[in-house]
Design a protein around this ligand. Structure first.
Ligand code: ZN
Length: 453
Protein backbone atom coordinates (compact mmCIF):
# COMPACT_ATOMS: atom_id res chain seq x y z
CA UNK A 1 0.00 0.00 0.00
CA UNK A 2 2.97 2.36 -0.25
CA UNK A 3 2.52 2.52 -4.01
CA UNK A 4 1.06 5.63 -5.47
CA UNK A 5 -0.78 3.84 -8.26
CA UNK A 6 -4.01 2.06 -7.49
CA UNK A 7 -6.01 -0.12 -9.81
CA UNK A 8 -9.64 -0.13 -8.73
CA UNK A 9 -11.86 -2.94 -9.99
CA UNK A 10 -14.62 -0.33 -9.79
CA UNK A 11 -14.42 3.33 -8.75
CA UNK A 12 -17.27 5.77 -8.22
CA UNK A 13 -16.22 8.90 -10.11
CA UNK A 14 -17.87 12.32 -9.77
CA UNK A 15 -20.94 13.06 -11.87
CA UNK A 16 -21.40 9.34 -12.60
CA UNK A 17 -24.69 7.74 -11.64
CA UNK A 18 -22.90 4.40 -11.31
CA UNK A 19 -19.37 3.15 -10.60
CA UNK A 20 -16.89 2.78 -13.48
CA UNK A 21 -14.96 -0.48 -13.98
CA UNK A 22 -11.17 -0.67 -14.10
CA UNK A 23 -9.92 2.72 -13.03
CA UNK A 24 -6.27 3.58 -12.51
CA UNK A 25 -5.90 6.18 -9.74
CA UNK A 26 -2.54 7.83 -9.19
CA UNK A 27 -1.64 9.78 -6.07
CA UNK A 28 1.23 12.07 -5.15
CA UNK A 29 1.86 14.24 -2.08
CA UNK A 30 -1.50 13.33 -0.58
CA UNK A 31 -3.50 14.34 -3.67
CA UNK A 32 -5.01 12.47 -6.58
CA UNK A 33 -2.76 13.24 -9.56
CA UNK A 34 -4.47 11.20 -12.30
CA UNK A 35 -7.67 9.20 -12.82
CA UNK A 36 -7.72 6.96 -15.88
CA UNK A 37 -10.57 4.62 -16.72
CA UNK A 38 -8.96 1.70 -18.57
CA UNK A 39 -10.58 0.52 -21.74
CA UNK A 40 -12.23 -2.81 -22.52
CA UNK A 41 -14.28 -3.10 -19.36
CA UNK A 42 -13.43 -6.00 -17.10
CA UNK A 43 -10.82 -7.39 -19.49
CA UNK A 44 -8.90 -4.19 -18.82
CA UNK A 45 -8.12 -5.33 -15.29
CA UNK A 46 -5.98 -8.13 -16.65
CA UNK A 47 -4.39 -5.88 -19.22
CA UNK A 48 -3.96 -3.16 -16.62
CA UNK A 49 -2.17 -5.40 -14.14
CA UNK A 50 0.31 -6.28 -16.83
CA UNK A 51 0.84 -2.71 -17.96
CA UNK A 52 0.78 -1.25 -14.43
CA UNK A 53 2.67 -3.94 -12.57
CA UNK A 54 3.56 -1.47 -9.84
CA UNK A 55 -0.08 -0.55 -9.16
CA UNK A 56 -1.82 -2.00 -6.11
CA UNK A 57 -5.01 -3.80 -7.06
CA UNK A 58 -8.09 -2.78 -5.16
CA UNK A 59 -10.66 -5.54 -5.68
CA UNK A 60 -14.23 -4.38 -5.13
CA UNK A 61 -15.68 -0.88 -5.27
CA UNK A 62 -13.47 2.08 -4.43
CA UNK A 63 -15.29 5.13 -3.11
CA UNK A 64 -14.10 8.60 -2.14
CA UNK A 65 -13.46 9.03 1.59
CA UNK A 66 -16.60 8.98 3.75
CA UNK A 67 -17.24 11.96 6.03
CA UNK A 68 -18.88 11.51 9.41
CA UNK A 69 -20.31 14.99 9.78
CA UNK A 70 -21.66 14.68 13.31
CA UNK A 71 -19.87 12.93 16.15
CA UNK A 72 -19.74 13.07 19.92
CA UNK A 73 -16.76 10.75 20.43
CA UNK A 74 -17.44 10.04 24.10
CA UNK A 75 -20.94 8.71 23.42
CA UNK A 76 -19.21 5.59 22.07
CA UNK A 77 -18.92 4.51 25.72
CA UNK A 78 -22.73 4.25 25.94
CA UNK A 79 -23.21 1.73 23.14
CA UNK A 80 -25.38 -1.15 24.33
CA UNK A 81 -25.66 0.28 27.84
CA UNK A 82 -28.83 2.33 27.47
CA UNK A 83 -31.14 -0.18 25.83
CA UNK A 84 -32.77 -1.69 28.96
CA UNK A 85 -36.02 -0.31 30.27
CA UNK A 86 -38.18 2.46 28.99
CA UNK A 87 -37.24 6.06 28.46
CA UNK A 88 -36.75 8.79 25.93
CA UNK A 89 -34.12 11.23 24.72
CA UNK A 90 -34.07 12.98 28.06
CA UNK A 91 -33.52 9.86 30.21
CA UNK A 92 -30.79 8.76 27.77
CA UNK A 93 -29.19 12.16 28.24
CA UNK A 94 -28.83 11.57 32.01
CA UNK A 95 -26.87 8.38 31.26
CA UNK A 96 -24.71 10.28 28.80
CA UNK A 97 -23.92 12.90 31.44
CA UNK A 98 -22.68 10.19 33.81
CA UNK A 99 -19.94 9.37 31.29
CA UNK A 100 -19.22 13.04 30.57
CA UNK A 101 -18.48 13.57 34.26
CA UNK A 102 -15.74 10.95 34.29
CA UNK A 103 -13.62 12.19 31.39
CA UNK A 104 -10.32 14.05 31.61
CA UNK A 105 -7.95 14.94 28.77
CA UNK A 106 -6.14 11.58 28.99
CA UNK A 107 -9.21 9.35 29.06
CA UNK A 108 -10.85 11.56 26.40
CA UNK A 109 -7.83 11.03 24.14
CA UNK A 110 -7.91 7.26 24.65
CA UNK A 111 -11.65 6.96 24.05
CA UNK A 112 -11.67 9.30 21.04
CA UNK A 113 -8.65 7.60 19.47
CA UNK A 114 -10.41 4.22 19.69
CA UNK A 115 -13.71 5.68 18.46
CA UNK A 116 -12.04 7.40 15.50
CA UNK A 117 -10.08 4.26 14.67
CA UNK A 118 -13.39 2.36 14.56
CA UNK A 119 -14.57 5.04 12.12
CA UNK A 120 -11.44 4.57 9.97
CA UNK A 121 -12.22 0.85 9.80
CA UNK A 122 -15.67 1.82 8.53
CA UNK A 123 -14.18 3.93 5.72
CA UNK A 124 -14.57 7.30 7.43
CA UNK A 125 -11.67 9.57 6.48
CA UNK A 126 -12.90 12.74 8.19
CA UNK A 127 -14.91 13.38 11.33
CA UNK A 128 -16.81 16.45 12.50
CA UNK A 129 -16.61 16.46 16.28
CA UNK A 130 -19.36 18.53 17.90
CA UNK A 131 -17.27 19.35 20.94
CA UNK A 132 -18.67 20.88 24.12
CA UNK A 133 -16.78 19.00 26.84
CA UNK A 134 -14.50 21.96 27.37
CA UNK A 135 -13.62 22.31 31.05
CA UNK A 136 -13.00 20.36 34.25
CA UNK A 137 -15.97 18.59 35.91
CA UNK A 138 -16.74 21.60 38.15
CA UNK A 139 -16.55 24.02 35.22
CA UNK A 140 -13.06 25.33 36.00
CA UNK A 141 -10.87 25.57 32.88
CA UNK A 142 -7.84 23.32 32.59
CA UNK A 143 -4.38 24.99 32.60
CA UNK A 144 -4.71 24.88 28.83
CA UNK A 145 -8.37 25.90 28.36
CA UNK A 146 -8.41 23.92 25.10
CA UNK A 147 -6.85 20.75 26.53
CA UNK A 148 -9.96 18.68 25.72
CA UNK A 149 -10.07 19.95 22.13
CA UNK A 150 -6.36 19.23 21.75
CA UNK A 151 -7.03 15.66 22.93
CA UNK A 152 -9.50 15.22 20.07
CA UNK A 153 -7.04 16.56 17.50
CA UNK A 154 -4.35 14.20 18.76
CA UNK A 155 -6.84 11.31 18.80
CA UNK A 156 -7.68 11.90 15.14
CA UNK A 157 -3.98 12.06 14.21
CA UNK A 158 -3.31 8.76 15.95
CA UNK A 159 -6.35 7.13 14.35
CA UNK A 160 -5.27 8.38 10.92
CA UNK A 161 -8.32 10.53 10.08
CA UNK A 162 -8.90 14.24 9.53
CA UNK A 163 -11.02 16.20 11.98
CA UNK A 164 -13.03 19.38 12.13
CA UNK A 165 -13.48 20.30 15.78
CA UNK A 166 -16.80 22.13 15.88
CA UNK A 167 -16.11 24.12 19.00
CA UNK A 168 -19.50 24.36 20.62
CA UNK A 169 -21.00 27.28 22.49
CA UNK A 170 -23.08 25.84 25.34
CA UNK A 171 -24.23 28.37 27.93
CA UNK A 172 -27.63 27.54 29.40
CA UNK A 173 -29.67 24.52 30.44
CA UNK A 174 -32.89 25.49 28.69
CA UNK A 175 -34.60 27.90 26.31
CA UNK A 176 -35.60 29.92 29.40
CA UNK A 177 -31.93 30.66 30.10
CA UNK A 178 -31.60 28.73 33.35
CA UNK A 179 -27.95 28.20 34.30
CA UNK A 180 -25.92 25.07 33.77
CA UNK A 181 -25.76 22.82 36.81
CA UNK A 182 -24.12 19.52 37.75
CA UNK A 183 -22.51 17.66 34.83
CA UNK A 184 -23.35 20.47 32.40
CA UNK A 185 -21.06 22.96 34.15
CA UNK A 186 -18.04 21.74 32.24
CA UNK A 187 -19.69 22.64 28.93
CA UNK A 188 -19.98 26.36 29.61
CA UNK A 189 -17.75 29.37 28.95
CA UNK A 190 -20.02 31.91 30.71
CA UNK A 191 -21.09 33.87 27.65
CA UNK A 192 -20.63 33.83 23.90
CA UNK A 193 -17.85 36.44 23.95
CA UNK A 194 -15.75 34.33 26.32
CA UNK A 195 -16.57 31.22 24.26
CA UNK A 196 -15.25 33.06 21.20
CA UNK A 197 -12.06 34.13 22.96
CA UNK A 198 -11.29 30.58 24.04
CA UNK A 199 -12.17 29.13 20.65
CA UNK A 200 -10.04 31.74 18.88
CA UNK A 201 -7.04 30.59 20.92
CA UNK A 202 -7.60 27.01 19.77
CA UNK A 203 -5.29 26.69 16.77
CA UNK A 204 -4.43 23.00 16.47
CA UNK A 205 -1.26 21.95 14.72
CA UNK A 206 -1.20 19.44 11.91
CA UNK A 207 -2.72 19.64 8.45
CA UNK A 208 -5.30 17.04 9.46
CA UNK A 209 -7.28 19.35 11.73
CA UNK A 210 -9.37 22.47 11.45
CA UNK A 211 -11.69 24.32 13.81
CA UNK A 212 -15.29 25.23 13.13
CA UNK A 213 -18.04 26.61 15.36
CA UNK A 214 -21.27 25.26 16.75
CA UNK A 215 -24.30 26.55 18.56
CA UNK A 216 -25.30 23.60 20.73
CA UNK A 217 -29.01 24.38 20.25
CA UNK A 218 -31.52 27.10 21.00
CA UNK A 219 -31.75 25.48 24.44
CA UNK A 220 -28.12 26.17 25.20
CA UNK A 221 -27.43 29.60 23.67
CA UNK A 222 -29.70 32.53 24.60
CA UNK A 223 -31.25 34.29 21.60
CA UNK A 224 -29.38 37.55 22.14
CA UNK A 225 -26.03 35.72 22.03
CA UNK A 226 -26.65 33.68 18.87
CA UNK A 227 -25.37 36.42 16.57
CA UNK A 228 -22.03 36.55 18.44
CA UNK A 229 -21.38 32.90 17.55
CA UNK A 230 -22.63 33.37 13.99
CA UNK A 231 -20.36 36.40 13.47
CA UNK A 232 -17.36 34.52 14.88
CA UNK A 233 -17.84 31.76 12.31
CA UNK A 234 -18.54 34.13 9.42
CA UNK A 235 -15.47 36.29 10.10
CA UNK A 236 -13.27 33.20 10.00
CA UNK A 237 -15.12 31.60 7.09
CA UNK A 238 -15.53 28.31 8.99
CA UNK A 239 -18.43 25.83 9.20
CA UNK A 240 -21.17 26.55 11.74
CA UNK A 241 -23.25 23.62 12.99
CA UNK A 242 -26.31 23.59 15.25
CA UNK A 243 -28.57 20.91 16.70
CA UNK A 244 -32.01 21.86 15.44
CA UNK A 245 -35.49 20.63 16.37
CA UNK A 246 -34.39 17.15 17.33
CA UNK A 247 -37.25 16.96 19.83
CA UNK A 248 -40.74 18.52 19.79
CA UNK A 249 -40.13 19.72 23.36
CA UNK A 250 -37.47 22.12 22.04
CA UNK A 251 -39.94 23.52 19.51
CA UNK A 252 -42.64 23.93 22.17
CA UNK A 253 -40.30 25.72 24.59
CA UNK A 254 -39.02 28.01 21.84
CA UNK A 255 -42.54 28.91 20.69
CA UNK A 256 -43.63 29.59 24.28
CA UNK A 257 -40.76 31.97 24.97
CA UNK A 258 -39.95 33.52 21.59
CA UNK A 259 -43.21 33.02 19.69
CA UNK A 260 -41.45 31.29 16.80
CA UNK A 261 -39.79 28.04 15.79
CA UNK A 262 -36.09 27.38 16.52
CA UNK A 263 -35.36 27.67 12.77
CA UNK A 264 -36.90 31.13 12.58
CA UNK A 265 -35.06 32.20 15.74
CA UNK A 266 -31.76 31.11 14.18
CA UNK A 267 -32.61 32.91 10.93
CA UNK A 268 -33.46 36.14 12.76
CA UNK A 269 -30.11 36.09 14.56
CA UNK A 270 -27.96 35.41 11.53
CA UNK A 271 -27.17 31.77 12.24
CA UNK A 272 -28.41 30.42 8.90
CA UNK A 273 -26.27 30.66 5.78
CA UNK A 274 -24.43 28.48 3.25
CA UNK A 275 -21.72 27.53 5.78
CA UNK A 276 -24.39 26.41 8.29
CA UNK A 277 -25.38 22.80 8.84
CA UNK A 278 -28.49 22.00 10.86
CA UNK A 279 -28.08 18.70 12.66
CA UNK A 280 -31.18 16.41 12.77
CA UNK A 281 -33.82 19.00 11.77
CA UNK A 282 -36.38 16.31 12.52
CA UNK A 283 -39.44 18.35 13.44
CA UNK A 284 -39.71 21.18 10.93
CA UNK A 285 -42.62 23.21 9.63
CA UNK A 286 -43.00 24.07 5.94
CA UNK A 287 -41.90 27.59 6.84
CA UNK A 288 -38.74 26.19 8.45
CA UNK A 289 -37.95 24.22 5.29
CA UNK A 290 -38.37 27.35 3.20
CA UNK A 291 -36.06 29.37 5.47
CA UNK A 292 -33.33 26.72 5.49
CA UNK A 293 -33.51 26.34 1.71
CA UNK A 294 -33.49 30.10 1.16
CA UNK A 295 -30.28 30.41 3.19
CA UNK A 296 -28.78 27.41 1.37
CA UNK A 297 -28.02 25.79 4.72
CA UNK A 298 -27.29 22.07 4.84
CA UNK A 299 -28.66 19.34 7.04
CA UNK A 300 -26.81 16.51 8.73
CA UNK A 301 -29.05 13.50 9.20
CA UNK A 302 -28.13 10.93 11.85
CA UNK A 303 -30.75 8.22 11.23
CA UNK A 304 -29.35 5.45 13.44
CA UNK A 305 -29.13 7.81 16.40
CA UNK A 306 -32.51 9.34 15.64
CA UNK A 307 -34.07 5.87 15.71
CA UNK A 308 -32.09 4.89 18.82
CA UNK A 309 -33.27 7.98 20.69
CA UNK A 310 -36.86 7.78 19.46
CA UNK A 311 -36.54 11.23 17.88
CA UNK A 312 -38.64 10.70 14.78
CA UNK A 313 -37.99 10.91 11.03
CA UNK A 314 -36.78 14.13 9.43
CA UNK A 315 -38.22 15.29 6.07
CA UNK A 316 -35.11 14.29 4.10
CA UNK A 317 -36.59 14.44 0.60
CA UNK A 318 -38.29 17.75 1.21
CA UNK A 319 -35.03 19.16 2.57
CA UNK A 320 -33.10 18.02 -0.50
CA UNK A 321 -35.83 19.46 -2.73
CA UNK A 322 -35.59 22.76 -0.85
CA UNK A 323 -31.95 22.95 -1.93
CA UNK A 324 -30.32 21.78 1.30
CA UNK A 325 -27.21 19.61 0.82
CA UNK A 326 -27.50 16.43 2.90
CA UNK A 327 -24.68 15.05 5.02
CA UNK A 328 -24.60 12.09 7.41
CA UNK A 329 -23.43 11.57 10.98
CA UNK A 330 -23.17 8.68 13.40
CA UNK A 331 -23.74 11.15 16.27
CA UNK A 332 -24.11 8.92 19.38
CA UNK A 333 -22.26 6.01 17.75
CA UNK A 334 -24.93 3.49 18.63
CA UNK A 335 -23.84 2.33 15.16
CA UNK A 336 -20.74 3.47 13.25
CA UNK A 337 -21.61 2.60 9.67
CA UNK A 338 -22.23 5.28 7.05
CA UNK A 339 -23.69 2.71 4.65
CA UNK A 340 -26.41 2.10 7.20
CA UNK A 341 -26.92 5.85 7.72
CA UNK A 342 -27.11 6.42 3.97
CA UNK A 343 -29.68 3.74 3.19
CA UNK A 344 -31.72 4.76 6.23
CA UNK A 345 -32.28 8.15 4.59
CA UNK A 346 -34.14 6.36 1.81
CA UNK A 347 -35.68 3.59 3.91
CA UNK A 348 -37.07 5.96 6.55
CA UNK A 349 -38.82 7.91 3.77
CA UNK A 350 -40.35 4.63 2.60
CA UNK A 351 -41.71 3.91 6.08
CA UNK A 352 -43.20 7.36 6.29
CA UNK A 353 -44.70 7.50 2.80
CA UNK A 354 -45.26 3.80 2.09
CA UNK A 355 -43.63 4.42 -1.28
CA UNK A 356 -40.19 3.42 -2.60
CA UNK A 357 -37.57 5.25 -4.61
CA UNK A 358 -37.01 8.70 -3.06
CA UNK A 359 -33.22 8.93 -3.44
CA UNK A 360 -30.95 7.65 -6.19
CA UNK A 361 -27.91 5.69 -5.02
CA UNK A 362 -25.62 8.46 -6.23
CA UNK A 363 -27.43 10.99 -4.01
CA UNK A 364 -26.78 8.81 -0.97
CA UNK A 365 -23.13 8.37 -2.03
CA UNK A 366 -22.71 12.14 -2.43
CA UNK A 367 -24.19 12.80 1.03
CA UNK A 368 -21.74 10.30 2.55
CA UNK A 369 -18.72 11.74 0.72
CA UNK A 370 -18.45 15.14 -1.05
CA UNK A 371 -21.30 16.92 0.72
CA UNK A 372 -20.24 15.56 4.11
CA UNK A 373 -16.70 16.82 3.60
CA UNK A 374 -17.99 20.19 2.39
CA UNK A 375 -20.15 20.53 5.52
CA UNK A 376 -16.95 20.18 7.55
CA UNK A 377 -15.01 22.72 5.50
CA UNK A 378 -12.97 20.23 3.44
CA UNK A 379 -14.22 21.23 0.02
CA UNK A 380 -11.22 19.55 -1.64
CA UNK A 381 -12.17 16.05 -0.44
CA UNK A 382 -14.83 13.44 -1.08
CA UNK A 383 -14.32 13.06 -4.86
CA UNK A 384 -12.11 10.74 -6.87
CA UNK A 385 -10.84 13.52 -9.13
CA UNK A 386 -7.52 15.10 -10.04
CA UNK A 387 -6.44 17.58 -7.38
CA UNK A 388 -8.69 16.18 -4.65
CA UNK A 389 -7.30 14.78 -1.41
CA UNK A 390 -6.16 11.20 -1.90
CA UNK A 391 -8.84 9.50 0.19
CA UNK A 392 -9.84 6.08 -1.14
CA UNK A 393 -12.19 3.61 0.53
CA UNK A 394 -12.49 0.14 -0.93
CA UNK A 395 -15.52 -2.05 -0.25
CA UNK A 396 -15.29 -5.75 -1.01
CA UNK A 397 -17.87 -7.26 -3.33
CA UNK A 398 -17.21 -10.85 -2.29
CA UNK A 399 -18.47 -10.96 1.31
CA UNK A 400 -21.61 -12.79 2.38
CA UNK A 401 -23.38 -9.42 2.31
CA UNK A 402 -22.08 -8.09 -0.98
CA UNK A 403 -21.57 -11.17 -3.17
CA UNK A 404 -23.68 -10.85 -6.30
CA UNK A 405 -24.51 -7.21 -5.56
CA UNK A 406 -23.98 -4.81 -8.48
CA UNK A 407 -21.54 -2.04 -7.49
CA UNK A 408 -24.27 0.63 -7.71
CA UNK A 409 -26.17 -1.30 -5.01
CA UNK A 410 -23.41 -1.17 -2.42
CA UNK A 411 -25.06 1.52 -0.29
CA UNK A 412 -28.08 -0.76 0.06
CA UNK A 413 -26.10 -3.91 0.85
CA UNK A 414 -22.69 -3.31 2.42
CA UNK A 415 -21.79 -2.72 6.04
CA UNK A 416 -18.78 -1.14 7.69
CA UNK A 417 -17.19 -4.60 7.99
CA UNK A 418 -16.97 -4.81 4.19
CA UNK A 419 -14.42 -1.99 4.02
CA UNK A 420 -11.02 -3.49 3.20
CA UNK A 421 -8.67 -0.62 2.35
CA UNK A 422 -8.64 2.99 3.46
CA UNK A 423 -6.24 5.67 2.27
CA UNK A 424 -6.36 9.11 3.93
CA UNK A 425 -4.46 11.98 2.34
CA UNK A 426 -2.41 9.38 0.46
CA UNK A 427 -1.50 7.41 3.61
CA UNK A 428 -2.74 3.84 4.09
CA UNK A 429 -4.71 3.60 7.36
CA UNK A 430 -6.61 0.32 6.91
CA UNK A 431 -5.42 -2.69 4.95
CA UNK A 432 -7.32 -5.96 4.49
CA UNK A 433 -9.89 -4.78 7.04
CA UNK A 434 -7.30 -4.10 9.76
CA UNK A 435 -6.30 -0.76 11.20
CA UNK A 436 -2.57 -0.42 10.70
CA UNK A 437 -1.74 1.28 14.02
CA UNK A 438 -4.63 0.81 16.46
CA UNK A 439 -5.90 -2.48 17.92
CA UNK A 440 -9.45 -1.17 17.74
CA UNK A 441 -11.41 -3.76 19.79
CA UNK A 442 -8.79 -3.90 22.57
CA UNK A 443 -8.51 -0.11 22.80
CA UNK A 444 -12.28 0.36 22.77
CA UNK A 445 -12.74 -2.15 25.59
CA UNK A 446 -10.09 -0.49 27.72
CA UNK A 447 -11.21 3.07 27.02
CA UNK A 448 -14.90 2.32 27.66
CA UNK A 449 -14.14 0.44 30.92
CA UNK A 450 -12.19 3.47 32.11
CA UNK A 451 -15.12 5.89 31.85
CA UNK A 452 -18.26 3.86 32.51
CA UNK A 453 -19.77 3.54 35.98
ZN1 ZN B 1 -25.37 15.64 18.45
Amino acid sequence: MTASRWLAEYAWLPEHAEPTPDVLIETADGRISAVTPLTAGRAGVTAGVEVYADAVRLPGLTLPGLANAHSHAFHRALRGRTQGGRGDFWSWRDQMYAVATRLDPDSYLALARAAYAEMALAGITCVGEFHYLHHGPDGAPYADPNAMGEALVEAAAQAGVRITVLDTCYLTAGVDGRPLTGPQRRFGDGDAVRWGERAAAFTPAGGHARVGAAVHSVRAVPAEQLSTVARWARERDVPLHVHLSEQPAENDACRALHGCTPTRLLAEHGVLGPATTAVHATHLTSGDLGLLGEHRSGVCLCPTTERDLADGIGPARRMADAGMPLSLGSDSHAVVDLFEEARAVELDERLRTRRRGHFAAVELMTAATADGHAALGWTDAGRIAVGARADLVTVRLDSARTAGVPPVGVFFAAGAADVTHVLVDGRPVVRDGRHLTVDVPAELSRAVAEVTP
